[in-house]
Design a protein around this ligand. Structure first.
Ligand SMILES: *Cc1c(COP(=O)(O)O)cnc(C)c1O
Length: 337
């Protein structure tokens, strides 16, 4: 199957499978797993933090961050399109008693600084306490400008807020700008990074922060059932995601651009090429086109897409240039028949 639905579908690399088979392990709840300890120490060091925590998923890493920055009755400011607002089941509210304050995302994915400033609640018994600003990079495949991150950090600092990055795809943001990941993470008090998307690990994310924050997060992780035992089997693959898989994201980005350019030749579809910045292509479909039927026809030919009025196509390690050509050929055939 050629699977354009997400980069989460990537398979672990042969090197990862080998590392998993040979991983040294221990009981990580006792802090005894050398492979987990290595992953946490290495990622903290590489991304400029005191400490790191290996988590079962990006959703868990974000939830732990929100619950560790905020207490019951506090709130976090985020985008309407933020994954940790819209796509994580309301976890911060449900499990943390933390209120989200969502604000509109601009076309480039940013939230206007003036709107953030205006949403910070004064110290008044009527209001939740605004504690945290949460940004996402990349967001919908788009890269937030470095200058914007610096300004957001200053705004947060001046207003005594902490600042979190949902950096599920921060490696894509770094590669797209030809900078180090640490140049992005430097602006944040905490960062979550998915290792199981474009970076190909089978499972897991990391949360980065200072010792105090990661200590709190470790406690919440245990309570939420995320204390894993011989997790080094997973951490061994996750370490290779960080060391071996970042550079090749440039190939995914080139492929996404190539895919987008091919798609603009088709009358029924349109793509805003300015929004194709990393590994995602959002395709607007002509009204009346039945995308569920199109998806079913493609599936019969070995191609998976998620049907929607706006179709998101994601390039990743398991999609080649040739796969894209196959997809375009099939698409042309089905659109004209
Ligand atoms: C995928 C994703 C997450 C959550 O990761 P899971 O491992 O699927 O729970 C969080 N934030 C963003 C921006 C994501 O794309």
């Amino acid at each position: 199957m050629i699977d354009f639905r997400s980069d989460t579908v990537t398979m672990p690399t042969p090197a990862m499978r080998k590392a998993m088979a040979n991983a040294e392990v221990g009981d990580d709840v006792y802090g005894d797993d050398p492979s987990v300890n290595h992953l946490e120490a290495m990622s903290a060091e590489m991304y400029g933090f005191d400490a790191a925590l290996f988590t079962s998923s990006g959703t868990q890493a974000n939830l732990l961050a929100l619950m560790s920055h905020c207490e019951r009755g506090d709130e976090y400011i985020c985008g309407q399109q933020a994954h940790n607002y819209k796509f994580e089941g309301g976890g911060a509210a449900v499990l943390g008693s933390v209120q989200p304050q969502p604000l509109n995302n601009q076309a480039d994915g940013s939230i206007l600084l003036a709107e953030i400033k205006a949403a910070i609640k004064p110290d008044d018994i009527h209001f939740a306490k605004t504690r945290l600003l949460s940004l996402e990079n990349t967001i919908g495949g788009k890269v937030l400008p470095q200058e914007y991150l610096a300004q957001a950090q200053t705004l947060a600092f001046d207003n005594k807020l902490k600042i979190h990055l949902d950096g599920a795809r921060v490696a894509n943001a770094a590669v797209a700008q030809n900078i180090e990941i640490s140049e992005i993470t430097q602006y944040f008090d905490s960062v979550s990074i998915c290792l199981s998307k474009g970076l190909c690990a089978p499972v897991g994310s990391i949360l980065l922060g200072d010792e105090r924050l990661i200590g709190k997060a470790r406690r919440w992780r245990k309570m939420l059932g995320g204390g894993m035992r011989q997790a080094g089997i997973l951490a061994a693959a996750a370490s290779l995601a960080i060391t071996d898989q970042v550079e090749r994201l440039a190939i995914d980005h080139d492929n996404a651009r190539y895919l987008a350019e091919q798609l603009t030749n088709l009358d029924e579809l349109s793509v805003d090429l300015s929004l194709v910045q990393t590994n995602m292509v959002y395709v607007q479909v002509a009204t009346g086109l039945d995308t569920a039927l199109l998806a079913a026809k493609l599936k019969a030919n070995g191609i998976l897409i998620s049907p929607s009025a706006t179709i998101r196509l994601v390039t990743h390690a398991d999609i080649s240039r040739q796969d894209i050509d196959t997809f375009i050929t099939e698409l042309k055939r089905h659109l004209t028949s």
